[in-house]
Design a protein around this ligand. Structure first.
Ligand SMILES: Nc1ncnc2c1ncn2[C@@H]1O[C@H](COP(=O)(O)OP(=O)(O)OP(=O)(O)O)[C@@H](O)[C@H]1O
Ligand SMILES: [Mg+2]
Length: 264
């Protein structure tokens, strides 16, 4: 891997660059030197055993967790820091929040606001955070709900929806901020099997539309069909990565083989 000049930043076609990213919680070293690159428009799927650091890595990408060493660029910006002369200076919370706006995140458990309607959920961030005009936000939100197949649920409350519908609202809500990058952390793991497909279809549609995505998932069919790259993580490192068909079809490392033999 090439060294990126911290001042100039990575090449313009790279949306995410992780260089030797380390993260510890107390004495537990969870990420032990992650190197990876995600091109603009790429869909990267991340798989690996429980506890391997997948969620932690996603949380580092949008700086919900501060890394202990290494560098992380998103959209050409060093996450959480500003380079001045040869030194790094930590950004203020408001500046980090600004960086984070370009990144949408979707979690396993939807995390919708229970007291707000579906439309209210999708409108909340652009109205409160971006202070956009209500009428414009509303129009955009309705378009997004239509896109995820939920135009008729705008007035419903989350508790009135199935898990698959709630997750599609969560995706619409993330898209309402017009992100450049979408992070998905096991978006279908909490769903009944018959609801998984409708959420994956929405993600497929996003991918076709050119969205850059990092998707932590156990859905190997999705990874094979939609993923441009597949990363296998174990023990806080990237053990193996490459085109999904290659990694899934002929894994090179023993640990990858052992993991895949359990999930495929
Ligand atoms: N805030 C935290 N404080 C302390 N330890 C943490 C914290 N967050 C995660 N960990 C630990 O870091 C390790 C990696 O966790 P992480 O959630 O990133 O794994 P994962 O690969 O996403 O696993 P899963 O497939 O179960 O979601 C685990 O041992 C976990 O207990
Ligand atoms: Mg996780």
């Amino acid at each position: 891997m090439t060294e990126h000049d911290a001042a100039a930043g990575p090449a313009a076609d790279l949306m995410v660059v992780a260089e030797n990213v380390h993260k510890s919680f107390g004495r537990l070293e969870v990420l032990r030197g992650i190197d990876l690159e995600v091109r603009r428009g790429e869909v990267m799927c991340v798989v690996g055993p429980s506890g391997s650091g997948k969620s932690t890595f996603l949380r580092c990408v949008n700086h919900l967790e501060k890394i202990n060493a290494g560098r992380l660029w998103v959209d050409g910006q060093l996450m959480g820091y500003r380079q001045k002369g040869g030194r790094l200076h930590e950004l203020r919370d408001t500046q980090v929040a600004e960086q984070r706006r370009g990144i949408g995140m979707v979690f396993q458990n939807f995390n919708l606001f229970p007291h707000m309607t579906v439309l209210g959920n999708v409108m909340e961030a652009p109205v409160q955070v971006k202070r956009e005009r209500r009428a414009d936000v509303r129009e955009h939100a309705l378009r997004l709900l239509d896109r995820v197949g939920l135009a008729d649920k705008a007035a419903a409350y989350p508790r009135q929806l199935s898990g698959g519908q709630q997750q599609r609202v969560a995706i619409a809500r993330a898209l309402a901020m017009r992100p450049e990058l979408m992070l998905f952390d096991e978006p279908t793991s909490a769903l009944d099997p018959e609801l998984v497909g409708e959420v994956l279809d929405v993600m497929k549609d996003l991918a076709r539309d050119g969205m850059t995505m990092i998707v932590v998932t156990h859905e190997m069919g999705f990874a094979r069909e939609v993923g441009d790259s597949l990363v296998f993580m174990d023990g806080g490192v990237v053990v193996e990565s490459g085109p999904p068909r290659e990694v899934l079809g002929s894994p090179r490392h023993e640990r990858t083989q052992a993991f895949l033999s359990k999930v495929l």
